[in-house]
Design a protein around this ligand. Structure first.
Ligand SMILES: [Zn+2]
Length: 915
């Protein structure tokens, strides 16, 4: 058997993915069972401008684990990939590239600019799809989609037209969030509300025909030029007499009324507020209620308009602020300026302060769609959020407070709004220009210049990617999908909108479950970000530790937030090496053996069956079939498979990883291989050796299958080399396919093969061997020294268990002999330990060690431990430490002190025994 000493992840990663992709095994068509259950995931489409970051790597790992697990379990699986055209991001990227050539997008014009974006996409877009291949993502590339593909664009227009015809999409003149830098409107979700240390300015407005003044407080004094009223709360006694009065608006020649509105909070500032309907969303609403004029004093570049007055027109909004304050000062109308912390709205992308502006845009009324989504979750619990707390609540709260969605954007890159205008201003909404002409009865049409918010097309992703509005076979088969795996920050932007659109156009939820992943923070607990340069590049981690080790680390993140720790990946790299070395041992000792599932089918009769089928009459065969450790590993394997199934069904990825890790490393490598070694490496070939070799190979093969969804590369690399693997290992749905572990049947686990008694018997032996090994190391017994082991076990059954395993115990602890009696009968100078089930263990030390030397050593060790304990105790006495150190550090210290106390008393006991 030719197998390299070292595992080379890069070689396996390169080789196997290409083969898998070419084979077509990622596509659902590989499953030939017409009754196979269906499992679907649609990928959250990464931006076409994007490159892989840790968040993607985490999501993709989880989606791939689920997809591979379901595929191996016989499901018809589809994991559908694709990318998003990412309106603003992409447009900015190409705009920046143009700038380097000294050009602006306006120099090119719309058509040429959009061509240029497509060209950019063809050449350098979708970098991430190359990187996904490295991750091992088993997506069906033959169904890859892009949100601006012709068929997806058609779905976008169809939805727009239908919602328009039903009155849910409308064009209106309303106050919106405007980014003066990006020159586009933004939805509420694209705006960050950030705390800002600013000032609150108290301005006085004179009352007409009186010496009185009314004071208003504002953070944006420059907007006073657009004030059209001052409002007070109708119940505010302070202002009762002023209601209905007229104010002289300073710096202008306008007069404005004092009005009463319940909205005014009497406790804010002076209780009187200036009302600027054109530049503040709340004032806008108030203006509508009171029929106030809207005076626009700031334009789309955040500069003052001519309506702000000649002295201000053309000034930037912040220059205007200075000037307004200065002039109020000169007029003696500035009461005071105080420091004030408030929240300011900034563009999520460029961080420019948002200017609320009145503008003509397209909006979507969400009431009906919102009700559909709420009905789904309240009446049918769909979708099911995992973890349910807090995400279900976050989601429903948001839906309940939903406002109209601004869907138009002043960009060139995106889905142009399917609305046309006739020369006399009529609006025609249609699927195509041809249809628009027919509807309008004229060819003289101009299409709306705006495009749709990127999230409009993303909202249709679960069904537009499957061919909607056509009634395709894919749509019938794969909608709704099984689970959506996503990050928590797009529950509103994306998840809720998919649910609403799915409910509206497909009549049901787009996915059954929503698994919300955790966040990977940097080692300091900070969010990874491009600007902070604290991100970890998954590709670097792949290079350093291999994809499989990285995937295992990511899978166990699951839905928790963790700090990135390379040590964890390193430990899984060591696990990969452990797997390789164990498999290498099995293969180097595999002559005459082969993978044969029958050997694991039952704990008693399998060997007999095997012997009959192979017409052998080896007398040792029965013994080979009934060894305790064989029955034990079969029980452990089945229990592990059952546990992993349960964990994966409940999206408990951490559980699943830990269960498999423990099984492979502890049960299989540390115990099963060790206990089988003598039989497996026996020099004399024969049926018995063949059986034990085959059984070991078969357990290994099952373990590789269990691990495959998490560690696809190393498992395939090893599986392909195992003697005896082939079509028989494949799930029946893939019987026609070429052998690959990705199509092997996932071990389901058989509860009838879990044997509690066998496990507890084996545990007793493991416990015994571990204790003796501890004694050997604690007492400094030379590894070459063979020791006597005395066991006293009052329980008869336990004595029998030990007796059956005497040879193995002797071998694994290097014992000269193992004596088992009912009562322990050991000389005073013995190291002792208590075992499970009331048994006792002793290793007589006479002749093994130099007592005097050992006593000295023990005293030194004891002194050292006591010094350490004293230091730790002092630390605990220090209130500074106890209060300030992290709780887990304090707990660590306490544990260590308890541990020292126990070891000290052990040393003391041994010292007495050595007198
Ligand atoms: Zn911006």
């Amino acid at each position: 058997m030719d197998i390299p000493k070292q595992y080379d992840p890069k070689q396996a990663e390169l080789h196997h993915y290409e083969r898998w992709e070419k084979s077509g095994y990622f596509a659902p068509e590989v499953n030939k069972d017409p009754n196979a259950p269906v499992f679907t995931i649609v990928i959250p489409p990464p931006n076409v401008t994007g490159s892989l970051h840790m968040g993607h790597a985490l999501q993709h790992t989880i989606m791939d684990v689920l997809t591979r697990y379901k595929r191996m379990s016989g499901f018809r699986t589809l994991w559908l990939p694709g990318t998003d055209h990412a309106g603003i991001s992409t447009q900015l990227m190409v705009t920046r590239a143009l700038k380097k050539e000294g050009k602006s997008r306006h120099d090119l014009g719309r058509e040429k600019f959009v061509e240029r974006v497509w060209q950019w996409k063809a050449e350098s877009g979708g970098q991430i799809t190359v990187q996904m291949r490295r991750e091992g993502a088993s997506v069906d590339w033959s169904r890859e989609k892009f949100t601006m593909d012709e068929d997806l664009s058609r779905a976008v227009r169809e939805v727009f037209v239908r919602l328009y015809e039903e009155g849910m999409i409308y064009r209106g003149n309303r106050i919106v969030n405007w980014c003066p830098q990006d020159q586009t409107v933004l939805s509420d979700l694209e705006v960050d509300k950030l705390p800002q240390a600013g000032k609150l300015y108290y301005l006085q407005y004179p009352v007409k025909g009186s010496q009185e003044r009314i004071t208003v407080a504002t953070t944006r004094p420059e907007t006073m030029l657009g004030d059209t009223a001052v409002a007070v709360n109708p119940n505010d006694e302070r202002y009762k007499d002023l209601l209905g009065a007229t104010l002289l608006l300073p710096l202008t020649d306008r007069e404005i009324p004092v009005i009463a509105d319940e909205f005014v909070d009497p406790s804010f500032g002076t209780g009187a507020v200036k009302v600027t309907p054109a530049h503040d969303p709340n004032d806008y609403e108030m203006g509508l209620r009171h029929n106030l004029p809207q005076v626009v004093v700031i334009d789309q570049f955040a500069k003052m308009t001519s309506d702000a007055g000649d002295r201000f027109a053309g000034l930037d909004r912040y220059q205007a602020r200075e000037k307004v304050i200065e002039e109020f000062g000169h007029l003696d109308l500035l009461e005071k300026i105080v420091d004030y912390e408030f929240s300011i709205s900034k563009c999520e992308r460029c961080k420019t302060v948002i200017e609320p502006l009145i503008s003509t845009q397209w909006f979507m009324n969400m009431e009906h769609l919102r009700d559909l989504a709420l009905e789904l979750i309240f009446k049918q619990q769909k979708p099911q959020f995992v973890p349910e707390v807090p995400y279900e609540r976050v989601y429903t709260n948001w839906l309940e407070n939903l406002r109209d969605w601004t869907i138009s954007r002043q960009l060139w890159w995106g889905h142009q709004i399917p609305a046309w205008y006739t020369n006399d201003g009529k609006v025609i909404v249609a699927r195509t220009e041809v249809e628009a002409r027919e509807k309008a009865g004229t060819d003289e049409l101009t299409q709306d210049q705006d495009v749709l918010d990127t999230w409009f097309s993303s909202a249709l992703w679960p069904f537009s990617t499957l061919g909607w509005p056509n009634k395709t076979e894919d749509l019938k088969t794969f909608y709704p999908s099984s689970v959506l795996v996503t990050a928590r920050d797009i529950i509103f932007l994306w998840v809720s909108r998919m649910v609403m659109m799915g409910a509206k156009f497909m009549g049901r939820e787009p996915f059954a479950d929503v698994f919300v992943t955790g966040t990977i923070l940097d080692s300091q607990g900070q969010r990874m970000s491009k600007t902070k340069m604290n991100g970890v590049d998954p590709l670097d981690v792949f290079d350093k530790f291999g994809v499989d080790a990285t995937r295992l680390t990511l899978a166990q993140v699951g839905s928790t937030d963790i700090r990135w720790n390379e040590k964890q990946v390193e430990s899984y790299r060591n696990f990969a090496n452990k797997i390789w070395n164990a498999a290498r041992f099995c293969m180097l000792n595999s002559e005459g053996g082969e993978v044969n599932a029958e050997l694991l089918a039952s704990t008693e009769s399998s060997t007999a069956t095997w012997a009959r089928d192979h017409s052998t009459a080896d007398e040792d065969l029965c013994a080979a079939g009934t060894s305790l450790h064989d029955r034990w590993i079969i029980s452990r394997l089945n229990r592990t498979a059952l546990d992993v199934h349960a964990a994966l069904s409940g999206y408990q990825f951490h559980e699943a990883v830990q269960t498999m890790y423990h099984f492979f490393w502890d049960d299989f490598c540390d115990w099963y291989i060790e206990l089988s070694k003598a039989d497996v490496t026996a020099e004399i070939p024969g049926a018995r050796r063949n059986v034990v070799r085959s059984r070991m190979l078969t357990v290994l093969e099952q373990a590789l299958r269990l691990l495959h969804p998490f560690m696809p590369y190393i498992t395939e690399e090893l599986w392909q080399r195992l003697p005896g693997v082939g079509k028989a290992c494949l799930h029946p749905a893939y019987a026609h396919a070429e052998p690959s572990i990705m199509l092997a049947a996932y071990p389901a686990g058989d509860p009838r093969l879990v044997d509690e008694q066998v496990e507890s018997e084996m545990q007793a032996i493991i416990d015994l061997i571990s204790r003796v090994r501890n004694i050997r190391s604690e007492m400094n017994i030379k590894p070459s020294e063979r020791i006597p082991v005395l066991i006293g076990a009052p329980d008869e059954r336990l004595r029998r268990v030990y007796k059956t395993a005497t040879d193995q115990i002797a071998r694994l602890v290097r014992a000269a002999d193992v004596t088992i009696t009912e009562q322990l009968n050991a000389p005073r100078a013995s190291a002792r330990a208590v075992l499970t089930g009331g048994a006792e263990l002793a290793v007589p030390l006479e002749g093994l060690i130099d007592f005097e030397q050992e006593r000295q050593r023990l005293r030194r060790e004891k002194d050292k431990l006591q010094t350490e304990a004293a230091k730790l105790e002092a630390q605990l006495q220090n209130p500074n430490f106890v209060e300030r150190a992290p709780a887990e550090r304090v707990a660590e210290v306490r544990d260590r002190i308890a541990d020292i106390a126990q070891r000290t008393s052990q040393f003391q006991q041994t010292l007495e025994n050595l007198q």
